[in-house]
Design a protein around this ligand. Structure first.
Ligand code: 13P
Length: 288
């Protein structure tokens, strides 16, 4: 099955009140695990590469992994650039077969965020690639992007309609109380703010920082309009945790058994998140 745009998946999720889970990946093991889990659950998913992953693996490998998976995959999925800040990386992503890009201009002042995001949208839409924008700033550390709680600001619902209209984005990442990485306490989401944002725009809304949010809170966010849930840290913990345990228990000098253990651990986490998002079974009805 060929890759599809994230926008196509998110429109279906929005119409049917579920969220497409979007997973950060770093290597072959992650890609195989995410696609195997999605197939087992008959779910659409989004593979996300951050700028850190692109620095680690390089565009040709990132592209190669996703397109190798697409040759056999029986579910629709998108290849998405997560938190693109460098315009170079946006253009290279488009040239390397990504079907969706995020331009993260959340650190810029409002008008500048709009101006650069509009430029990205103009370029991406010419080649049918969808664009996610961000308004407000999500705290925490996502690879090399680190936003302190002090710098972070929640999305202002009053600015949403103007931002979406002037930029033309296909999806909007919102800051409503989640954070990248691990939470110190239980995250408290501002559902009133989410409802006000939902009223202000009809584009699909994206929740970042999907690790460590209680299941009931995720379900409520989806019922209020979240159509894409980003998850990264949970996969990294499953991957490295399973390897650490195996190495402690026995001496292993072949990476393959270790990587098999890691792949199984990631599959388990991905399947849980798919079901939490209500995306299981949706690949059968999406019509890709
Ligand atoms: P977590 O690492 O907290 O799951 O967040 C991932 C994310 O939002 C990527 O954009």
């Amino acid at each position: 099955m060929s890759l599809v745009s994230a926008s196509f998946l998110l429109q279906h999720a929005q119409a049917n009140t579920y969220a497409v889970p979007a997973f950060n990946f770093h290597d072959l093991v992650d890609v195989q695990a995410i696609i195997a889990a999605a197939e087992a659950e008959a779910a659409p998913v989004i593979l996300m590469a951050s700028e850190g992953t692109i620095r680690f693996a390089g565009f040709p490998y990132v592209e190669g992994l996703a397109y190798a998976a697409a040759q056999e995959a029986k579910i629709p999925f998108a290849l998405h650039l997560d938190h693109g800040r460098e315009l170079d990386n946006i253009i290279k992503s488009i040239r390397h077969g990504f079907t969706s890009v995020m331009f993260d201009g959340s650190h810029l002042v409002f008008d500048e965020n709009i101006r650069v995001t509009r430029w990205v949208v103009d370029v991406a839409h010419r080649v049918s690639i969808s664009v996610e924008g961000e308004l407000g700033q999500i705290p925490g550390a996502e690879d090399d992007i680190s936003v302190t709680a002090q710098e972070a600001g929640m999305t202002d619902p009053h600015l949403v309609a103007e931002y979406v209209e002037r930029t033309g984005v296909d999806a909007l990442a919102v800051a409503i109380g989640t954070a990248h990485g691990l939470y110190k306490g239980e995250p408290k989401l501002d559902f009133e703010r989410l409802a006000a944002i939902r009223k202000a725009t009809s584009v699909p809304l994206v929740l970042h920082g999907g690790t460590g949010i209680p299941d009931e809170t995720v379900r409520q966010a989806i019922s209020l309009g979240i159509c894409k849930l980003n998850v990264g840290t949970d996969l990294r913990l499953a991957y490295t945790g399973s390897i650490n345990r195996a190495v402690r228990e026995q001496e292993i000098n072949d990476p393959r058994p270790l990587l098999n253990i890691a792949r199984e651990a990631v599959i388990e986490v991905v399947r849980k998140k798919i079901r939490l998002c209500g995306a299981n079974g949706q690949a059968k009805v999406i019509g890709a």
